[in-house]
Write a protein that binds this ligand. Structure first.
Ligand code: ADP
Ligand code: ADP
Length: 237
C-alpha cells in the first residue's frame, strides 16, 4: 500500500507545485491523476520515487518512508516501484527480450554475453510476460523496429519483470493514437487487477481516465480538488 502524508514540493524557482497532498492507495487500486497542465501531476509522481525531492511530507510504501531514505537505501527501495513512461524509454539497439530483462536487472549491461548469464527462471518469466502483453513472436526484434503501441507493451513487460509493488505511470498513451491508447489502457488495467498491483497513472485524457480508472484524483494548483469514482466526476474539475 502507498500512503502520501502531507506531501509538499516547492521548487527552487518558488513554484509551490504540491501543497499538503495526502493520499492512500490500497493494494490493487488503480488511480488516475487528472488536472490541467501545471497542476502538479508529474511532480506528484516524481516525488514518490524521488526523481524530484519532496520539500516535506511522507511517502510510505508499506512501512518504509521513501522520503526519509539516504541514497543507498533509496536505490534498493526503488526496485519496489515500476515505472512506465510516455516515450517508453526503451533501449533502441536492444531486442524486446533484452529490454524486458533489463527491468529485472535494474540497469542496462553493456557487454554482449549478458543474456546467457541470466537465471533460467527469469528468462522463463520474461517470456511469460511477453506472452501476456502479446509480443511473444517479437521477442528477438530490436526495439526500434516496433510501433508505438508495441513499444509501450515492452515498457509494461519491463516494469513487471522487476516484480514491483507499485506502478507509476506517466502519460502512457500521450504518444499514441486513440485506438492504441484504449488497447494499452485496457491491458494495463487488466494486468494490475490480475496481480493486485496498485498503480498511479498520470493521464491527460479525461475520457480515457473515466473509461478505465477505478478512482480519479483531480489536482489543481498542487491540491487535490476531486477524489472519487469516475462517474462522480463533474466538468469543473
Ligand atoms: P503537470 O504535470 O500537472 O503539468 P507539473 O508537476 O509539471 O504539473 O508542474 C507543477 C508546477 O511546478 C508548474 O507550475 C511547473 O511550472 C512547476 N515545475 C515543474 N517542474 C519544475 C522544475 N523542475 N522547476 C521549477 N518548477 C517546476
Ligand atoms: P508536462 O506538462 O508533461 O508535465 P512540462 O512540459 O510541464 O511537462 O515540463 C517538462 C519538463 O520541464 C519537466 O521535466 C518539468 O519538471 C520541467 N519544468 C516544467 N516547468 C518548469 C519550470 N517552471 N522551471 C523549470 N523546469 C520546469
Amino acid at each position: 500500500m502507498l500512503q502520501l502524508d502531507a506531501l509538499s514540493k516547492t521548487y527552487k524557482t518558488g513554484d509551490a507545485a504540491l501543497k499538503n497532498v495526502s493520499l492512500r492507495v490500497p493494494k490493487g487500486q488503480i488511480v488516475g491523476l487528472i488536472g490541467p497542465s501545471g497542476a502538479g501531476k508529474s511532480t506528484l509522481i516524481r516525488c514518490i520515487n524521488r526523481l524530484v525531492e519532496p520539500s516535506s511530507g511522507k511517502v510510505l510504501l508499506g512501512d518504509v518512508d521513501l522520503a526519509a531514505l539516504g541514497a543507498r537505501q533509496l536505490r534498493q527501495q526503488r526496485r519496489r516501484i515500476g515505472m512506465i513512461f510516455q516515450e517508453y524509454a526503451l533501449v533502441e539497439r536492444l531486442t524486446v527480450m533484452e529490454n524486458v530483462l533489463s527491468g529485472r536487472l535494474g540497469y542496462v549491461p553493456f557487454w554482449r554475453s549478458w543474456l546467457r548469464r541470466f537465471p533460467p527462471d527469469d528468462i522463463r518469466n520474461a517470456f511469460r510476460l511477453l506472452d501476456r502483453v502479446g509480443l511473444l513472436e517479437h521477442a528477438d526484434k530490436r526495439a526500434d523496429a516496433l510501433s508505438g503501441g508495441q513499444r509501450q507493451r515492452v515498457g509494461i513487460a519491463r516494469a513487471l519483470a522487476q516484480e514491483p509493488e507499485l506502478l507509476l505511470v506517466d502519460e502512457p498513451t500521450a504518444s499514441l493514437d486513440p485506438k492504441t491508447s484504449r488497447q494499452i489502457m485496457r491491458l494495463l488495467t487488466e494486468i494490475c487487477e490480475e496481480r493486485g498491483l496498485p498503480a498511479i497513472v498520470n493521464i491527460h485524457d479525461v475520457p480515457l481516465a473515466q473509461q478505465f480508472m477505478q478512482r480519479i484524483v483531480g489536482l489543481r494548483a498542487g491540491q487535490v480538488v476531486f477524489d472519487g469514482p469516475p462517474e462522480q466526476l463533474t466538468e469543473n474539475v
